[in-house]
Write a protein that binds this ligand. Structure first.
Ligand code: CUA
Length: 341
């Protein structure tokens, strides 16, 4: 009985800590218990429902177990005494009741899950925007598609979408399996090399929603984050038009542009210049992004300088090597990057 009391005490402490942690969880960027879109509303109902059923089942089993332990009949015979075999006392019926109830609950949950999957399979209306996202070790390439080739452009790690409209995503893997997840807007979809997976999502109100790769994909898996920024449709349209332009063409000196093209242009692209590399993120309008290195660092001049001067110190294993630059050249590259607005 002392052991049981100790277990109950431990359980109470764990429960108290879990409740105390709830506000922290609610404020966490990847909190999956709040929904900000049509699709997430539907799946959130299932998440909460299945969680409630599971908690209820655990409580019922714990209560029955505690009841059985407390009501254990005392031994009425001496050790070594011979006891006559008696007929069944009705205990077997509990097995049938338990199995029957579990089967009903599990079948109900399966039907509910399949129904929710069917509901979220297709968007309510055809999505006006399709975005192609490619998972790389360890960053996200984002390409905005259009029937008009002159309106297609590429960016990285920050995905703008219009509010109140379903948006279709085509997910492609370039190296290993990744997984695309924006918990406030949609469930996870794997990003698999050699196949295109589709996903749709919709944001109800403007805002910034955190996303994360959720399939272990190597050393920097945890640093493969992204942001989804939902804008009112008009603002989104303006943003798209701005992205098609080359960044502030007049504000960088030709010498700075030439140095960047020579040192960085074989991996990175900047629209409207000779830098057209595709190995790393497209850096056109880099200064409009909130984060760099796939959500690892805030996009401040100091952090950008730290990242460019020694990427391996910040994100070991990343494909970007320490550039061979004199301090003066490094300062020039940093100055040039600040003009990419
Ligand atoms: Cu990509 Cu984990």
């Amino acid at each position: 009985m002392r052991g049981l009391r100790r277990h109950l005490l431990l359980l109470s402490i764990v429960a108290a800590f879990s409740f105390a942690a709830l506000p922290t969880f609610a404020a966490a960027p990847l909190n999956y218990l709040t929904s900000h879109g049509t699709k997430a509303d539907i799946t959130l109902g299932l998440t909460l429902g299945v969680t409630a059923i599971s908690i209820f089942v655990v409580l019922v089993i714990a209560a029955l177990l505690a009841f059985a332990l407390w009501r254990r009949p005392g031994l009425s015979h001496e050790p070594g005494e011979r006891i006559a075999v008696t007929g069944p006392t009705g205990g077997v019926s509990w097995l049938w009741i338990g199995t029957g109830l579990s089967t009903v609950v599990l079948c109900g949950t399966i039907i509910w899950t399949v129904e929710v999957l069917a509901q979220v399979a297709d968007p309510p209306t055809p999505p006006p925007v399709t975005i192609e996202v490619t998972g790389h070790q360890w960053w996200w390439q984002v390409r905005y598609l259009s029937p008009d080739p002159s309106r297609i452009f590429t960016t990285a790690n920050e995905i703008h979408i219009p509010v109140g409209q379903p948006v279709r995503f085509r997910l492609i893997g370039s190296d290993v399996i990744h997984s695309f997840w924006v918990p406030a807007l949609s469930g996870k979809t794997d990003v698999i090399p050699g196949q295109t997976n589709e996903l749709w999502l919709e944001a109800r109100e403007p805002g910034m929603y955190s996303g994360q790769c959720t399939e272990y994909c190597g050393l920097q898996h945890a640093h493969m984050a992204f942001l989804v920024i939902a804008d009112p449709p008009e603002k989104f349209k303006t943003w798209w038009n701005e992205q098609l332009q080359s960044p502030s063409p007049k504000s960088a000196s030709p010498a700075d542009v030439a140095l960047f093209n020579m040192k960085c242009g074989s991996c990175h692209a900047v629209r409207g210049t000779d830098a057209a590399g595709v190995l790393g993120p497209d850096l056109s309008h880099l200064m409009q992004r909130h984060m760099i290195a796939s959500g690892l660092l805030p996009n401040t001049p100091a952090e950008l300088a730290r990242w460019v001067s020694d990427p391996q110190a910040v994100k070991p294993g990343s494909l970007m090597q320490k550039p061979e630059l004199s301090p003066q050249e490094l300062a020039t590259i940093e100055r040039y990057l600040q003009t990419l607005r």
